[in-house]
Design a protein around this ligand. Structure first.
Ligand code: COA
Length: 203
């Protein structure tokens, strides 16, 4: 989406909303640069009815994006057994689960709060209205640490465990290159973060 009338003042304002089909090129460029070439197909992501994609614009530039979906413990146990086993020990996992998948911010717009705001926006406008009982994410961790750890902590997530070699089989099957590991297999770890979204009953 392009905002042709953005003034210099407005170029400092971050606007977050649902991504548009015409954002496909910008999302692909940011995904390839930040998450590794081929890890995400922006066209498939935007066309997938199970995925919701939010974008952050700074002035007229798309500065970052986040993808998320609604899930359940049963779905996760079926599709990702190791993650399902870890979540099964969490009391909130019996209700609907909001799953944050990818979040990436253009290098030129990093460290300005955009990643933190994208996560907050997904929690407030997507997960909470769908009455999810918990939000989870599999956060990419390498020798630099958990990339998105700060934005997750600022949004109230806590680490509940980790899964080593989380992307190993997927990277071999799909042949994408991890920015840290290079050619497959990816040997990075997923740090599993969760946030309870259950609202305490009023006294
Ligand atoms: C991880 C990522 C999404 C974070 O996005 P971001 O927009 O830079 O995130 P934020 O700006 O909200 O926070 C990042 C840091 O900037 C700092 N920051 C935020 N606003 C700032 C400001 N105005 N001035 C200076 N620093 C600021 C935050 O304190 C934070 O530091 P911390 O992580 O040490 O706590 C981004 O770095 C990225 O795309 N990385 C590559 C892809 C990736 O790893 N994605 C996550 C996959 S799970």
């Amino acid at each position: 989406m392009i905002f042709p009338n953005a003034t210099e003042h407005h170029q400092h304002i971050i606007v977050i909303g649902s991504a548009y089909p015409e954002d496909v090129g910008d999302i692909q460029r940011i995904a390839d640069a930040r998450l590794g070439p081929g890890y995400i197909s922006a066209a498939n992501l935007l066309a997938d009815p199970r995925q919701t994609v939010f974008a952050a614009w700074r002035g007229h530039r798309l500065a970052g994006f986040l993808s998320a979906s609604l899930s359940s413990l049963a779905d996760i146990q079926r599709d990702m057994p190791a993650l399902g086993a870890l979540l099964a020990g969490q009391p909130e996992s019996s209700g609907p689960i909001g799953f944050l998948h990818a979040v990436a911010v253009d290098k030129a717009h990093e460290k300005q709060g955009i990643g933190t705001e994208l996560i907050a926006y997904a929690l407030d406008t997507f997960f909470l209205p769908h009455k999810t009982s918990m939000a989870i994410t599999t956060a990419w961790s390498d020798n630099q640490g958990v990339h998105v750890g700060g934005p997750l902590h600022r949004n109230g997530f806590r680490k509940i465990g980790y899964l080593a070699d989380y992307w190993r089989e997927d990277s071999l099957a799909r042949g994408y290159e991890c920015p840290t590991c290079g050619k497959p297999p990816c040997r990075c770890t997923a740090s599993i973060f969760a946030k309870s979204l259950l609202v305490a009953p009023k006294c």
